[in-house]
Design a protein around this ligand. Structure first.
Ligand SMILES: Nc1ncnc2c1ncn2[C@@H]1O[C@H](COP(=O)(O)OP(=O)(O)OP(=O)(O)O)[C@@H](O)[C@H]1O
Length: 224
């Protein structure tokens, strides 16, 4: 079995014109691990995620995702990397002119999944997020929490080993936020690693897990 960490940052340095964002940073996320990423505004949380799906290249160091060095990946391979990671961001990016089913199916169509398999997989992930009965609805007919569930279903469609979430509960009322957190815990219990950026310390308290903080251009373990 492949036991490499899902994410490994080795001696990462990122500099922008006027500042150093990360300085010789090391980080590991093991298979199946749930970790929160916290840090003050502008500390670099979104940039940290971008390094993982190669939206940002470090000035020094290497980033490995499931053993693949993404920093030296050819441009041609970048879409494949991005499809291998489930990405859930705060502003739900659903296609407004496609229904729930089609939004999820789209993620599978672009990876060339067979038609017969697509139907089965879409129904499977919609059932996981509790939205099978809303499959013919358009995104605008759904609440914020429901839309976020569709985004999660879409991220799950290709069975990623890793889910990245940037403030996934940021725009939701407390009840919807809790149900999204429950969903992430379920996903994690199925063996997927989750790296979640959050500002919501109540949520971190209620759903305790390893927490790392970006501080002084580096990562510090902030406990469980
Ligand atoms: N391409 C870039 N060029 C120059 N500066 C950048 C670039 N990308 C990010 N920055 C700067 O790096 C810092 C970190 O940005 P980032 O969005 O990663 O922070 P964050 O911790 O996610 O912030 P927030 O919590 O406010 O979303 C910011 O000061 C930002 O202006």
């Amino acid at each position: 079995m492949d036991e490499q960490p899902v994410i490994s940052f080795k001696n990462i340095t990122v500099r922008f014109d006027d500042r150093t964002l990360f300085d010789d940073l090391n980080f590991t996320l093991d298979r199946g691990e749930f970790t929160y990423l916290i840090g003050s505004t502008g500390s670099g949380k979104s940039s940290f995620l971008k390094l993982i799906y190669r939206d940002l290249l470090p000035d020094e160091g290497e980033v490995y995702v499931a053993g693949t060095e993404v920093t030296s990946l050819s441009e041609r391979k970048v879409p494949e990397l991005r499809r291998s990671v489930g990405i859930v961001f705060q502003d739900f990016q659903l296609l407004p002119d496609r229904n729930v089913y089609e939004n999820v199916a789209f993620a599978l169509e672009v990876t060339g999944t067979r038609r017969s398999k697509i139907k089965q997989r879409v129904m499977e992930v919609l059932s996981m997020v509790g939205l099978s009965h809303r499959r013919y609805d358009m995104p605008e007919e759904l609440s914020g929490g429901e839309q976020q569930r569709v985004v999660i279903a879409r991220a799950l469609a290709n069975e990623p080993k890793l889910m990245l979430a940037d403030e996934p509960t940021g725009n939701l009322d407390p009840e919807a936020a809790h149900s999204i957190m429950d969903l992430f815990r379920q996903i994690n219990n199925r063996g997927m690693a989750v790296l979640m950026v959050t500002h919501n310390y109540d949520m971190v308290k209620k759903y305790p897990a390893r927490t790392v903080r970006i501080q002084n251009e580096n990562i510090v373990e902030a406990g469980t």
